[in-house]
Design a protein around this ligand. Structure first.
Ligand SMILES: [Zn+2]
Length: 149
């Protein structure tokens, strides 16, 4: 029984974790995730081993609705000041209102948000520590991969 369980666990590990994609232009996310995840595994020297939901909200209105549905407290400032949010759980929500016009910018934002997932895994609750350092780090990783400015 234990051996069976062990083989099962090894199998799961080798199959890997498939993410879910939802919303506008999810092909972009699927395409970019194939380069983002191996890049960040290498940068942070860990494997994420987590199934994520990548949610491309089609515009400001949908972005707002989803933030409210997920009970994000400071959603009003997020609508004005952010292209995307990453939950400590498994959701990356991206506002496509502006990003739909620029695929490379989308690539940058998705890499930035994915960096936060790796940071959570490696460093724990990043919001309770030096958030500026983590934002800079995520921007640097995103720039290194996408070259987007
Ligand atoms: Zn960030």
């Amino acid at each position: 029984m234990i051996i069976f369980l062990l083989i099962f666990l090894l199998l799961i590990n080798s199959i890997g974790y498939t993410h879910e994609y939802y919303g506008l232009n999810i092909e972009w996310a699927k395409e970019y995730m194939t380069t983002i995840e191996p890049f960040l595994e290498n940068e942070y020297n860990i494997k994420l081993q987590k199934e994520l939901l990548i949610y491309n909200a089609k515009n400001n209105n949908e972005y707002k609705k989803v933030l409210i549905r997920f009970k994000v407290k400071n959603y009003k400032s997020l609508i004005r000041n952010s292209y995307a949010v990453t939950s400590k759980g498994n959701i990356i929500l991206i506002n496509m209102e502006e990003l739909i016009k620029n695929k490379n910018h989308y690539y940058f934002i998705l890499t930035h948000e994915m960096s936060h997932q790796f940071q959570y895994k490696k460093y724990g609750d990043i919001l309770k520590t030096n958030i500026e350092w983590f934002e800079n780090d995520a921007n640097q990783k995103a720039y290194k991969l996408t070259k987007y400015k």
